[in-house]
Design a protein around this ligand. Structure first.
Ligand SMILES: Cc1cc2nc3c(=O)[nH]c(=O)nc-3n(C[C@H](O)[C@H](O)[C@H](O)COP(=O)(O)O)c2cc1C
Ligand SMILES: Nc1ncnc2c1ncn2[C@@H]1O[C@H](COP(=O)(O)OP(=O)(O)OP(=O)(O)O)[C@@H](O)[C@H]1O
Length: 305
């Protein structure tokens, strides 16, 4: 997959099927859209996702965090068979374009033959263009408009906003169901305080990017992809209040049945189930006793999966 970002100076000459939106995560609603794009792919079109590079705060009034960082996005879309991911700078020039001018601009940059969008899709100046304009200008601009009804769950639209809310509550089961994959964090393993190994529970420490949405502080049953292999494990999300000093917010994971050195390597931690909130214990021994109990609970859950 080609990832085009930070530039307006690009051209995709190959005939393409394109979809547009924020695409935070690639949820089951988005996959519905991807299924419609597949029709274009089968006709030999390249699959293009067009998003704007807007700071998360400006997009989501409700949250300052995102489901997927740019790096994670690149992986998710590549795995879904996308050929081009375009992240276009959202300049004033763009903001001012009428819906028609916006589509003209798209046609100039990308050889668009088919546009796929949901019924709630808006584009152009002050979001004044809707799927109706998309259909209306199709013949004139020479593309096919494919409009997809929004996929719902329990009578409500599936959306990134809804999934972010579930994760913020720690409801990983519903979040993962709506996503269609288990919510994950990818990043390098950093050095911790090196206390874990002294209590027989070594942990791989990660410090997520500022904008990455984390579930509430606490202990989670997880699956870990490390060195190309899948492991069961348990993670703590938080600042480990039992340990003296100021510990930055992080995720630390004990991989069951792993021995080796993960420092500096990227691992993918997928959160499956919230087990308990993070607590401040009176001593390291008390914490260790609780961690041993957590591991039993976690293994029981993962083995029953
Ligand atoms: C399953 C699990 C549960 C944890 N629960 C807590 C907790 O409730 N409170 C806390 O202060 N730290 C908790 N931690 C973090 C530990 O304090 C941390 O793993 C330990 O201090 C080792 O840190 P290090 O990797 O920096 O050496 C937990 C860690 C794990 C793996
Ligand atoms: N549930 C869904 N079913 C079908 N298409 C969807 C669904 N959700 C979003 N889409 C479509 O996917 C494209 C990208 O959507 P986008 O990521 O902006 O929506 P969203 O998930 O509703 O995000 P947010 O919650 O941040 O508004 C749009 O064309 C949109 O209409």
């Amino acid at each position: 997959m080609k990832y085009i970002k930070d530039t307006l100076d690009f051209k995709i000459e190959e005939p393409s099927v394109i979809t547009l939106g924020k695409f935070d995560g690639l949820h089951t609603g988005h996959r519905y859209l991807m299924d419609a794009m597949q029709k274009g792919k089968e006709q030999g079109l390249k699959c293009v996702i067009f998003t704007f590079d807007i700071p998360p705060k400006a997009i989501h009034k409700d949250a300052y965090s995102v489901l997927s960082t740019n790096e994670e996005k690149a992986h998710i879309f590549a795995e879904a068979g996308v050929d081009y991911l375009v992240e276009c700078p959202f300049t004033d020039e763009f903001r001012q374009l009428s819906p028609y001018a916006f589509l003209q601009m798209l046609k100039e940059k990308i050889n668009v033959k088919m546009i796929v969008a949901g019924t709630d899709f808006h584009f152009g100046y002050q979001r004044s263009g809707t799927y109706r304009e998309l259909q209306q200008y199709a013949d004139d601009l020479g593309y096919e408009a494919v409009i997809v009804k929004k996929k719902q769950y329990k009578g409500e639209d599936i959306s990134s906003t809804r999934i972010r809310a579930r994760i913020a509550e720690g409801d990983m089961e519903e979040a993962n169901y709506l996503l269609g994959y288990s919510y994950f964090l990818t990043g390098p393993v950093l050095h911790g305080n090196e206390i874990g190994r002294t209590i027989g529970i070594p942990t791989a420490n990660q410090r997520p990017e500022t904008f990455k949405l984390l579930p509430p502080k606490g202990v989670y049953a997880v699956k870990v992809l490390a060195e190309g292999k899948q492991y069961d494990g348990i993670s703590n999300v938080g600042c480990k209040p039992t340990i003296e000093g100021i510990n930055p917010m992080g995720v630390e994971t004990f991989l069951f049945d792993y021995s080796g050195d993960l420092y500096g390597k990227d691992i993918r931690v997928s959160f499956l189930k919230f087990i308990r909130p993070e607590q401040k214990f009176g001593s390291l021994a008390e914490l260790k006793a609780q961690m041993d109990r957590d591991i039993l609970v976690c293994k029981k859950y993962l083995n029953a999966e």
